[in-house]
Ligand binder design. Sequence first.
Ligand code: SF4
Ligand code: SF4
Length: 433
Amino acid sequence: MTGYPNADAPSPELLQRCVHCGFCLPTCPTYAVLGVEMDSPRGRIRLMETVWQGRVDVTSDPFERHMYGCLDCRACETACPSGVEFGKLMEGARSQIEAARPRSLSERLIRRVAFRALLPRPAVLRAFARFSVLSKRLGAAAALRLIGKRVGVARRLADLLELVPDRASSRALPASYPAHGALRGRVALFTGCVMRAAFADTNAATARVLSRNGFEVIVPERQTCCGALHAHAGERTDARALARRNIASLEALEVDAFIVNAAGCGAALKEYGWLLKDDPAWSARAERFAKRVKDASEFLADAGLSAAPGPLRTRVVYDDPCHLLHGQRIREQPRALLAAIPGLQVMPLGEADWCCGSAGTYNVTQPELSAKLLERKVGHITRSGAEVVVTANPGCQMQIAAGLRAVRAPISVVHLMDLLDRAYRSSGDTGGG
Ligand code: SF4
Ligand code: SF4
């Protein structure tokens, strides 16, 4: 095969924006670890170009290796002075691999189960999360490690179980949370698939924080997975189907914003316009929908806190989720919210803008490189003197917590909205729900 198989190919117009200056190289985690040009943003862009030129086959092993070796963390986008939208290029490149490259029966089965049977089905995902937590508590990881000395797949399953949080919350949330005090607006909470299955308490905390600040929060029952993991893995047809379902279910709601507390979901929802740009029946609706999506920290910091949080006497560091910082360019708002909590000591964190190695499914598909990046992240955290790591994405939370557990560091990892909620509760304001 020469060239790319379909219209989702990395756009030549976007590729041409790259002037090969190399400013992005020092910010690229995979280039820092591997030191190989083809594992840098510039190298990957060149490779995408060579496929257009017919010099590299889209189904070749090197093309797949360098495209899937990328974290899709988008640090290169922040660094790029030419406005290269690397995330769009990378998702396009991966979609072409999936369209052209034959996959084994087991690979197809794993993808089908993960992307169609698990993520878009809340009940199945909830049961899976509960089963994983229980298996971990019963010591399944140790047993799998023993078997793993002979069977590689058991070792991988043991690694995966280490990522599972010690407890998962999946309780159903009330349909709405009334605003406290004077009504400032009405928002809808996007509850997310993993968030709903394992971090429902964080969703409830987010709703309480918003309601304390004068916003009525509705929790729409009819919503589904945002499709971020599908898009990152090149499954754009499935990602589009999920996007259409979310838009159809939510667009008519009379709300000021759709609030998201998972950075990966927020970045994906804000790019629905791009995802559906070639679909005349949906492109305008997708653009309109995407403009109404706000990260919880972005929305609250921009609106301003109308209720003062209570004090928390804790030392924390803030670790930027890549898809919040690089994917949505949200840097100051979470820090402003932390600064609003009296007594909180916010310590500096080295390489806070550096990927922790979670990166969607990267810790599953590229475990060795992911482990190196996690080790680097854990080193910075343990040297910071913090008691708590604050972040805003479930993947980062699970990955960093697993890294800290592995070195027995007595440092907890919490979502920013949980910390804010805790601060309100410290002043006796329980917020309800
Ligand atoms: S992606 Fe941007 S920063 Fe990197 S080489 Fe190309 S133009 Fe330069
Ligand atoms: S997305 Fe991240 S890992 Fe991939 S090339 Fe850019 S900086 Fe490197």
